[in-house]
Design a protein around this ligand. Structure first.
Ligand code: URA
Length: 197
């Protein structure tokens, strides 16, 4: 049986060679890296963001820029160590000028997230922002429960996976507090859901 490291490496190799992606050319032209994910391969909690920003595409690391600083602060607030969780994105390559990912891109990259979930087997999957929320809720048959993120943030749902029951947690994307620092308290309050879980 292949190890988690080998299986995750396979995902990396496939994404590196993903010429069918509309973001492939942009990555090559700018010497960017795809951002596969980072953290514990045995993580109980997986965070799923939207897509890499500039810092992330330059380094290949998720949430290493300003939104990452906010995420780090939120994790510290609830006493979770960044190394103990797994952090990834729904779209693995940077969209031009940080535009929103398209449906086509989410469709192309989604299966890589599906595989990551099957390898890591997290007990809690946290959707950061509306795009990952939409994909993850749909994936677990909870599409009919989806509303706008302003109504969904802080809520958790039960979901059934191939490896047992898990929780899906919907959260605002940390960049909300980058644009408006006053909202950090609201994000902190939402993160307190982890104390209950
Ligand atoms: N925003 C995201 O959604 N993901 C990152 O990795 C960085 C910023």
């Amino acid at each position: 049986m292949q190890s988690k490291i080998e299986l995750l490496k396979q995902i990396e190799d496939e994404v590196l060679d993903l010429k069918k992606s509309p973001l492939y050319k942009y990555r090559i032209e700018n010497n960017y890296f795809p951002v596969i994910g980072e953290g514990s391969y045995d993580a109980k909690i997986m965070f799923v963001g939207e897509a890499p920003g500039r810092n992330e595409a330059k380094t290949g690391r998720p949430f290493c820029g300003i939104a990452g600083k906010v995420l780090d602060e939120l994790l510290t607030h609830v006493g979770i160590k960044r190394e103990s969780v797994y952090i990834t994105n729904i779209v693995k390559d940077r969209p031009q000028e940080n535009r929103d990912p398209t449906d086509e891109e989410i469709k192309i990259y989604g299966p890589f997230l599906d595989k990551q979930i099957e390898i890591i087997n997290p007990k809690v999957i946290c959707a950061l922002g509306r795009y990952s929320m939409g994909y993850i809720m749909q994936k677990f048959g909870l599409g009919d429960k989806v509303d706008v993120i302003s109504k969904m943030h802080g809520k958790s749902f039960n979901a059934i996976t191939t490896y047992g029951n898990i929780k899906i947690v919907c959260l605002y994307h940390p960049c909300v507090a980058v644009y408006n620092p006053n909202r950090k308290d609201e994000l902190k309050k939402d993160f307190e859901v982890f104390k209950k879980l």
